[in-house]
Design a binder for this molecule. Structure first.
Ligand SMILES: Cc1ncc(COP(=O)(O)O)c(C=O)c1O
Length: 438
């Protein structure tokens, strides 16, 4: 009797891919976090901007000063545990302003992960400096064991990017930067609200950049933030974002100007954007708690799967939980996993939201062979080689992983379906050492 029951339990359910019945009847889909929380509070603040006819952040024709962007900056800085925050119009602008603050220019190198968003590479290039890509590890973030290979005497900045809600291993990365005399720029775009060992991301390096575009934790469609504890870096970022100027609202915050005007751009945020983001930042803790609860239900539901290998989490308690990623052992097995999960109506995907930078056309085909590029003339450009051969470990890791993206408003039922689909598919398609030999 016991034997019959055991063998019944052990019999794997037929995958929907093979004609079995799917876990769900309709496809599950993760939605954008911020807009899921829109309610009257965004609307009320937006209406105030509209009614006061005051869409520009620094002045209007009334006596009352516009206050949405300035208030957003104060509240965002407090939330992140830093002294200063500057609102800008995108995460890409935030990266450019942060690099300007760090005075990155021709002849400098900036170490960035080989797997991250285009903006990290482009922001460095737009300052005339050279991006040098370093391998990632199974956290999908910079591999602390490999980062020193990318550092040279010309390296000025280590850009630590916390990807897909997962904090990078700061306990190992920060001492390397300190030992080598590098400034640290944290890119928190994909992990706003996450923390590392109790400290908010972005508060541990010299300066941080974040995106508030629609795929991020809180959003007004577009938007960005630069934040830091350093008044000098803050002033440089402020000036860079507003054609060299330092207006009253920031001068008062800083106490006094320390710098002369510098050439800059216009990355200012509008009061409409700030109105939405001000309401959103007040909801950040709730969104973070909700997405963490969803992720926890999934992790707990699959924890006992034999041989389970999930993405490396340097601080599981600080992670956001935007997706649960599994190591399938090989690209072939991963691709079967994705197909099989889709058939169960619980779509899974390869790691997304970033690109392998060294194999992008602009890096591999253009920059690598373009001796006229300013950063190449000034630096050790010709030594730097992009392309697949420069990041084999990054490519191998991203090939093996597949995962399910989550959103903070997935129901208990949705997470049960995710768990059921993973429990059904993963053991049947994962490539183990044994199956690889077979
Ligand atoms: C890691 C990272 N950095 C920077 C950015 C750029 O942000 P934005 O799209 O707001 O310019 C993104 C956007 O996806 C990102 O993922």
């Amino acid at each position: 009797m016991l034997w019959t029951r055991r063998s019944f339990l052990a019999a794997p359910a037929a995958l929907a891919l093979d004609g079995g019945s799917p876990v769900r009847s309709t496809p599950l889909r993760a939605r954008h976090f911020g807009p899921l929380y829109y309610d009257d509070s965004e609307w009320t603040l937006l209406k105030e901007v509209w009614q006061t006819r005051s869409p520009f952040r620094f002045w209007n024709f009334e006596n009352r000063l516009p206050d949405k962007t300035a208030t957003l900056e104060r509240e965002f800085a407090a939330k992140m545990g830093v002294k200063y925050a500057l609102a800008v119009n995108s995460g890409t602008s935030a990266l450019e302003a942060a690099l300007a603050a760090l005075e990155v220019g021709p002849g400098d190198e900036v170490v960035i992960p080989a797997w991250t968003w285009h903006s990290c590479f482009h922001a460095v290039i737009r300052h005339g400096a050279l991006p040098v890509c370093a391998e990632i590890d199974e956290s999908f973030n910079l591999d602390p064991a490999r980062v020193e290979e990318a550092i040279s005497p010309r390296t000025k900045v280590l850009m630590i990017v916390h990807l897909q809600g997962n904090p990078a291993d700061m306990d190992r990365l920060l001492p390397i930067a300190r030992k080598r005399g590098l400034r640290v720029l944290e890119d928190v775009s994909q992990a706003v609200g996450a923390s590392y060992k109790g400290r908010r991301l972005g508060s541990m390096g010299d300066i941080a950049a974040a995106s508030l575009q629609v795929n991020k934790t809180i959003s007004a469609g577009e938007g960005g933030m630069v934040y830091t504890n350093d008044p000098l870096l803050f002033e440089r970022a402020v000036r860079f974002h507003d054609v060299g100027t330092l207006r009253n609202v920031h001068q008062e915050w800083l106490g006094a100007a320390r710098l002369e005007p510098v050439p800059g751009s216009n990355f200012r945020m509008t009061e409409f954007t700030a109105a939405v983001l001000l309401s959103q930042v007040r909801k950040l803790d709730r969104i973070v708690a909700d997405i963490r609860a969803v992720a926890r239900r999934v992790y707990e539901g699959i924890a006992d799967l034999p041989g389970l290998k999930t993405r490396l989490l340097p601080d599981p308690a600080g992670e956001l939980g935007v997706g649960v990623y599994l190591d399938l052992g090989s690209r072939q097995a991963r691709d079967v996993f994705l197909k099989a999960m889709r058939a169960e109506n619980v779509p899974a995907s390869a790691p997304s939201g970033s690109v392998i930078l060294p194999i992008q056309n602009y890096a591999e085909k253009k920059l690598a062979v373009h001796p006229e590029w300013p950063s190449f003339r000034a630096g050790r450009g010709p030594e730097i080689r992009y392309g697949a051969a420069s990041c084999p470990r990054t490519i191998a890791i991203l090939d093996r992983f597949g995962g399910v993206l989550l959103d903070p408003k997935l129901s208990e039922r949705d997470t049960q379906d995710i768990v059921a689909a993973i429990r059904k598919v993963y053991p049947q398609v994962r490539e183990t050492a044994q199956s690889a030999r077979a």
